[in-house]
Design a protein around this ligand. Structure first.
Ligand code: FAD
Length: 464
């Protein structure tokens, strides 16, 4: 296996990773930017990477400029590189699409691995046609495929509006957008957005686009079940109270696609493998990497930036990428000039504003207890290992009181996705069932390889 030395390895080439790389390369450091996607840009920029830079928000425009500044050679890397493990002394293993594994020995690491969707089960959520709102968005914007002929978007938070509006713009029919958050939550969000006119306009544009295309918009409504023979045919919905409990009569909406969104959760696999301390902040998406002001984690030489430190959006990721890079420069012995110190202070101020926005958006995507406690017993929670809600309730009833004991008893999270989908659900359900403190347990720890890789590649290539 080849070993490469570099100054800084950045895991994740989304807005945070790109911003960090730009600063560090300008300072003359040897940077290795690793991402499992073919195109750099992360969740925010991958759809826009091919577009002209006009007509998109400020964070995207800045991100696109950074993408443009990277050399054409680097942007068209022959193969994506997924980081499969991080070990003591910051040693990193990464595999490319050709199953060639490299070992990296950087002097410092920035973890910028972003976030993924939060899933919440309900009766029928495993039917074909039911998908995450982010997945629906990727189908439309990256692959040019409509997620459904007639879509319903539901859950809470901005992603459901974005997915619905993108589908409508691409020519799909959106029957309804159902937001669990009631009018009071919407007003609170609107007030918070008053200071961010660009975000406010983005949200308003989604709503206008949807209304012009005849989409029904409802606040304080939720999905009760998805139904169909072999695939989704209709969605059963009803009003719900602020705690997520259904109120009023159920009604059905015919649909062959249901996009569900409940906000995002940070991708913590690498951070927890590296031994970085985690912290819980319900208003920033739950468990996140704990950092100091310079975005240094609890492990010397490892920094974190972007959604991994708290769900806050693209602008926060850009600010934090730059801040983490300045932190790394100091860590590696460089002294920042007066200008860079002033920039650091300004970035810290900007970061506080972005965190406030993140908290306001998280409040609007809050998961109320009724949504979790109403999951029927026969609903599958861990789709890899086929574990139902009833089995989890039974295991808790007979004494399983931690994530680890549930994993040992039921094989939860031991399948191919390694608990990425069911982990946050089970943590929330466990906190609810044990009526413990309202802080769910930290996610299950992970071991290398965190992404699938062949044994041959791990062993260092074919035998000669
Ligand atoms: C599904 C989804 C849809 C979204 N839609 C919108 C939207 O419509 N509008 C909006 O404003 N914001 C949206 N967001 C939020 C926005 O994408 C983020 O705020 C922003 O991209 C954060 O930047 P980041 O650099 O922290 O993370 P990301 O942009 O998520 O970048 C993280 C990168 O790390 C890479 N990575 C992770 N683990 C590994 C590994 N082990 N090895 C190699 N690479 C790895 C990923 O491939 C990814 O490219 C969405 C987020 C998600 C998850």
């Amino acid at each position: 296996m080849d070993t490469e030395h570099c100054d800084v390895a950045i895991c994740g080439a989304g807005p945070a990773g790109l911003a960090a790389a730009t600063v560090l390369e300008r300072a003359g450091l040897r940077v290795r930017l690793l991402d499992e996607n073919i195109q750099p840009g992360g969740q925010l920029l991958r759809h826009t990477a091919k577009r002209a830079s006009g007509g998109v928000d400020r964070a995207r425009r800045r991100g696109l400029r950074m993408l443009d500044q990277r050399t054409a050679k680097e942007r068209q890397r022959p193969s994506p590189q997924r980081v499969i493990g991080i070990f003591p002394d910051r040693e990193i293993l990464a595999a490319d699409a050709g199953e060639h594994v490299i070992r990296l020995k950087p002097r410092a690491v920035i973890l910028a691995t972003g976030a993924r969707e939060r899933y919440l089960p309900f009766a029928g959520w495993t039917l074909p046609g039911v998908m995450g709102a982010g997945a629906a968005q990727i189908l439309v914007k990256t692959h040019g495929v409509l997620p459904a002929r007639r879509l319903v978007a539901a859950g809470a938070g901005p992603l459901i509006y974005a997915a619905a509006a993108d589908t409508a713009t691409a020519g799909g029919r959106v029957a309804a957008v159902l937001d669990q958050a009631g009018w009071q939550d919407q007003w609170r969000l609107a007030l918070a957005l008053c200071r961010r006119p660009a975000k406010m306009l983005e949200g308003a544009a989604y709503i206008i686009r949807l209304q012009l295309r005849g989409c029904r918009m409802r606040c304080g409504w939720r999905v009760r079940s998805a139904e169909g023979r072999g695939r989704l045919e209709q969605v059963v919905v009803s009003r719900s109270d602020a705690q997520g409990f259904p109120t009023g009569a159920a009604m059905t909406i015919a649909a062959d696609g249901l996009a569900i969104g409940w906000g995002l959760v940070a991708n913590l696999d690498l951070a927890s493998q590296a031994g970085c301390r985690l912290a819980h902040d319900a208003r920033l998406g739950g468990w996140v990497v704990d950092t100091d002001q310079d975005l240094a984690t609890s492990v010397p030489g490892i920094y974190a930036a972007g959604e991994v430190t708290g769900i806050g959006g693209g602008a926060k990721a850009l600010v934090e990428g730059e801040l983490a890079a300045l932190g790394v420069l100091t860590y590696l012995g460089g002294s920042l000039g007066r200008q860079a110190e002033a920039r650091r202070r300004r970035l810290n101020r900007l970061r506080r504003g972005e965190l406030a926005l993140g908290r306001a958006l998280a409040d609007a995507s809050r998961v109320p207890p009724g949504v979790l406690s109403g999951i029927p017993d026969d609903t599958v929670i861990c789709r890899c290992e086929d574990v139902t809600m009833g089995e989890i309730r039974q295991a808790v009833f007979t004494g399983a009181d931690s994530l680890l004991s549930l994993k040992r008893t039921l094989r939860l999270g031991m399948g191919i996705c390694q608990g990425r989908t069911c982990g946050p659900i089970v943590a929330d359900v466990l906190a609810l069932l044990t009526r413990g403190p309202h802080v769910p347990e930290p996610p299950w720890g992970t071991r290398a390889p965190i992404k699938p890789v062949t044994l041959e590649a791990l062993a260092g290539g074919p035998e000669t």
